[in-house]
Design a binder for this molecule. Structure first.
Ligand SMILES: Cc1ncc(COP(=O)(O)O)c(C=O)c1O
Length: 385
């Protein structure tokens, strides 16, 4: 059994507390629905029941109306993309898996960032693809890619990046992108840069919104992943997508392969495709409410720092999480266990491959009352560590 499937001490302790009816303030929430962000049922029902929901008109890449709406979404992010270069899938996870299988032969590898979105290694393992990590470092107040840690070889078929990253919020700068592009040149021919942008719509109040990487005019293969989980806050609809950009010869070579793959699955159901243009149009209001929640909880966390003596909140460029550095010498797992004893569930940094051993990750999506109660629990836990 993979190590991640075994119950860890934090899961066991949370289960014991719940069984004993003791409070668990969950500062790890990533499901908008659990955090109180849902679309009204009647509005969703009308959108899902629009014209075409009753028919099965399969297109391997997804309906042209859905893809046209996605292209319009990228226009708002500074990028011109063709609906012909967009392919729907039943989640970003499925898109990752397709690309890993489509680009890699046995023995090939991909480069992927650390700290990391944990599903990348799981999806690579399932796809039997080796992951060679590269480091992202927090230096001079910002996250950046460590170029020296990028080690492509002749079997590197893709370089993965998450921008804004989960959980650090690291948004690739022009210098970072250049480092990734340089590594792409040294990898196998037609090595693709795959950038997961699911958090692009969630810049923090203190930082300016960034354009999609699709806005840059670089003629190396690029695949951008995103989906409705975060863009319209509807993970239950299971819609993701890939957007391709790059040299014409590469597109000519890869699009038929992608079509073959997607045609074998035809994964995205008709009602979700029918609803997608409406959801994308109406989503900004929902996202504004989420951004307000993230900023408010972050302000509460900042205010609590006087009582979290010696802790530091790393600046958040974007995304749904806050990274807190614990005082030197405080072990993150021990702290997370003590915090749970006091009632707060948090993720220790090693869940995301942080190198330091003294980081925790808090979800800023959590209901503000629970977030406040959770912070009080962290404050009680700290002196015990
Ligand atoms: C970086 C990142 N990509 C993708 C996803 C999930 O996307 P999907 O539900 O489309 O697989 C998440 C979910 O939290 C995420 O953090």
């Amino acid at each position: 059994m993979p190590a991640e499937l075994k119950l860890n001490p934090l899961t066991l302790l949370a289960a014991r507390r719940r069984a004993a009816n003791l409070p668990v303030y969950d500062l790890t929430v990533s499901n908008p629905d659990v955090a109180g962000f849902t679309w009204p049922r009647d509005i969703l029902a009308v959108a899902l029941g629009g014209p075409g929901c009753e028919r099965h008109q399969p297109d391997p890449f997804g309906s042209i109306d859905a893809r046209t709406a996605i292209a319009a979404h990228y226009a708002q992010h500074g990028a011109t993309v063709s609906p012909k270069h967009i392919c729907l899938s039943a989640s970003t996870s499925e898109a990752y898996t397709w690309w890993l299988r489509l680009l890699c032969e046995p023995g090939d590898n991909v480069l992927a960032p650390e700290p990391a979105y944990p599903l990348i290694s799981v999806l690579a393992e399932i796809s039997r693809v080796k992951v060679i990590p590269y480091r992202c470092e927090f230096r001079d107040g910002l996250w950046s890619v460590d170029p020296a840690s990028l080690k492509p070889d002749a079997k590197t078929r893709a370089i993965l990046a998450v921008s804004p990253a989960n959980p650090t919020g690291h948004t690739l700068s022009a210098v970072d992108l250049q480092a990734l592009r340089n590594a792409q040149q040294k990898a196998a021919p037609a090595c693709a840069l795959i950038v997961d942008e699911v958090f692009l719509d969630y810049p923090a109040a203190a930082f300016a919104a960034q354009p999609s990487v699709l806005a840059q005019k670089n003629l190396e293969p690029l695949i951008v992943l995103s989906g409705l989980s975060k863009v319209t806050l509807t993970p239950q609809l299971k819609v993701g997508w890939s957007v391709l950009a790059g040299p014409a010869e590469w597109l000519q070579m890869v699009l038929p392969k992608l079509e073959h793959h997607a045609d074998a699955f035809l994964s995205v159901n008709a009602p979700a495709q029918v609803a997608l243009p409406f959801l994308l149009k109406e989503a900004p209001a929902y996202r504004t409410a989420v951004r307000a929640r993230l900023d408010a909880n972050e302000a509460t966390l900042q205010a609590a720092l006087v009582r979290l003596v010696g802790c530091e909140v790393l600046p958040r460029q974007a995304g749904w999480s806050a990274v807190v550095r614990l005082p030197a010498g405080v072990d993150e797992l021990n702290f997370a266990l003590q915090a749970l004893e006091e009632g707060a569930s948090v993720h220790p940094g090693h869940y995301y491959d942080f190198a330091s051993g003294n980081s925790i990750v808090l979800s800023l999506l959590t209901d503000p009352k629970d977030f406040g109660a959770g912070l009080d629990a962290l404050i009680r836990a700290l002196p015990r560590c």
